[in-house]
Design a protein around this ligand. Structure first.
Ligand code: SF4
Ligand code: SF4
Ligand code: FES
Length: 537
């Protein structure tokens, strides 16, 4: 393995490592535009030039491989002159847009100008080459050609990752334009990624632009909940409002990318239909209740009906949108009530999917349901038939909209004397509810999902649930505590710890162990769970 010295610090690296990668490992910044670790090397921006001893000219760090004994200087006088010159060159025709540019705060041209350039332009303003501004090129992306530094990241992404090649360079010299290919629209399912990788304000998001200055936003690590892939994301938010999702690197799941459907799924998390208060059925309509009285009434009714009518009198429908912690608590509630447990993993019949990231299963935790041994879908028909026959005396619907998902469910729900709905939104099935308990989405709670490949991944609270809604683990923990007369778990982490103790598939895992990238659950062969009744189908 070759050893390299960069700015006086030595490092041993694997064969094939480039100077920019070695410098990154040492925490040394080499400025760059065209290099992106998820794409091929273009070597066209020249911003990453460094001085390498014994070589006559400066070299680009992104395309120079480390050799044994190499000595590199990233801040020498020669390097500084080159960095300044490249920036002056890139800025010759750049518009004076910074005050009105939505990339401000995350623009590599602004940042590098301040760090490596800081000289006045020697180019007369009227002579700047004018190009197209604010040109929509797809449903998610706006192009400003004047701001483009011609790094070709977007072109390489579309050539190498999506293989759709919508963008290209046209013309020559200082008239080169980045533009959409004739007759094409940038509307592939991953188009939003070009906005993330554009280092300047040439490609901006139609969804996000001018909605918030990025320096006002906070970031929280999470995972996308819009399909079973579980792409790692960052949630950008401020004062309780989510502004955007962006992908977060996880080589085992989504690399640097995410799909547009997932990117925009933050909108559904803050829709008009959110439940904000516990509601109970009044004379004509639902009326607000307090948490204490809604929970106590629900627990009392469920317990009474279970006692009066015996095993299987209560049903619990658990959606694959529930977290692992919620599923665990629902199973314990089911055990306390001797209830029939049914898992539901519903997706639209025309759900999109491909062989890259997008999964047809639009639930984030179908694998998690299976790991906890919950019977899926097939048993729902039996439950609905029992309800139609009047054999089901109470039903808990958790994040599940049966009337929308299953034909004939209305007739069944109508016959159930006690329906408890626990959900983030007021959906169709809520029409039949006696009690509605509002719970937070995965952006409003801590918890874990297990993705399609069995990887257990954490999501973290980014914003508070609206109104009086509470995290799902908390609501279920309190309901369980009322049923079994034990203290409720204090945190989502405590619920996960209990799950990891009881369920072999999660054994050895903890929030600390999962970290930012998650860990695989135990193999499918261990699909079983040690709960008091083992889960009654
Ligand atoms: S639009 Fe952005 S990513 Fe594409 S070539 Fe220009 S600067 Fe690079
Ligand atoms: S592929 Fe699935 S998990 Fe990934 S961003 Fe898209 S919807 Fe979300
Ligand atoms: S980053 Fe090396 S030439 Fe562009």
């Amino acid at each position: 393995m070759p050893t390299v010295e960069i700015d006086g610090r030595k490092l041993e690296v694997e064969d094939g490592t480039t100077v920019i990668q070695a410098a990154e490992r040492l925490g040394i910044e080499v400025p760059h535009y065209c290099w992106h670790p998820g794409l091929s090397i273009a070597g066209n921006c020249r911003m990453c030039m460094v001085e390498i001893e014994k070589l006559p000219r400066l070299q680009i760090a992104c395309n120079t491989r480390v050799t044994d004994g190499m000595v590199v200087h990233t801040t020498s006088e020669k390097t500084k002159v080159a960095q300044k010159a490249v920036l002056e060159f890139l800025l010759i025709n750049h518009p004076i847009d910074c005050p009105v540019c939505d990339q401000a705060g995350e623009c590599k041209l602004q940042e590098y100008y301040m760090d490596y350039d800081r000289q006045r332009s020697r180019f007369p303003l009227p002579e700047k080459v004018r190009k197209k501004k604010a040109k929509p090129i797809g449903p998610l992306v706006v192009l400003d050609q004047e701001r483009c530094v011609l790094c070709s990241r977007c072109i390489r992404f579309l050539d190498e990752v999506t293989h759709t090649s919508e963008l290209g360079f046209y013309q020559r010299g200082d008239h080169v334009d980045l533009d959409i290919a004739p007759g094409k629209v940038l509307d592939n399912p991953y188009s939003g990624n070009v906005v993330d990788i554009c280092p300047v304000g040439a490609l901006t998001s139609r969804d996000f632009r001018f909605r918030a200055r990025v320096w006002y936003l906070e970031r929280t690590e999470s995972v996308c909940g819009a399909c079973a892939n579980g792409c790692n994301i960052e949630i950008y938010h401020r004062e309780g409002r989510i502004y955007r999702f962006q992908p977060r690197l996880n080589p085992a799941v989504n690399h640097y990318w995410m799909c547009d459907e997932g990117r925009l799924s933050y909108r559904e998390l803050q829709s008009e239909g959110r439940l904000t208060h516990p509601l109970v059925r009044g004379e004509d309509e639902f009326v607000r209740s307090t948490w204490a009285s809604a929970l106590q009434a629900a627990a009392g009714r469920l317990r009474d009906l279970a006692r009066a009518h015996g095993a299987g009198a209560v049903g619990i429908v658990v959606s694959a949108r529930a977290s692992n912690e919620e599923i665990y608590l629902l199973r314990r509630i089911g055990a306390a009530l001797d209830a029939r447990m049914v898992g539901v993993a519903w997706s639209p019949p025309d759900a999109s999917h491909d062989d890259f990231l997008i999964k047809a299963d639009k639930n984030p935790n179908t694998y998690g349901l299976r790991l906890q041994g919950l019977p899926l879908d097939g048993t729902l028909d039996a439950l609905l038939t029992a309800a139609e026959r009047g054999e089901l005396h109470a039903l808990v619907l958790h994040r599940s909209d049966l009337t929308a998902w299953r034909q004939g469910a209305r007739a069944a729900l109508e016959r159930i004397p006690c329906l408890l709905v626990i959900d983030s939104d007021q959906r169709e099935s809520a029409e039949f509810a006696d009690t509605l308990l509002p719970v937070g989405t995965h952006a409003e709670s801590d918890g874990t999902f297990t993705n399609h490949a069995g990887r257990v991944q954490r999501f973290r609270t980014a914003v508070a649930p609206p109104g009086e809604a509470r995290p799902g683990w908390q609501v279920l923990g309190e309901l369980l505590a009322l049923l079994i007369g034990e203290p409720a778990c204090a945190t989502a982490e405590a619920a996960f710890a209990a799950l990891a103790t009881e369920c072999p598939s999660f054994r050895g895992l903890s929030y600390a162990e999962l970290g930012g990238e998650g860990r695989p659950a135990a193999a499918r062969a261990t699909l079983r769970v040690d709960l008091p009744n083992g889960g009654r189908p």
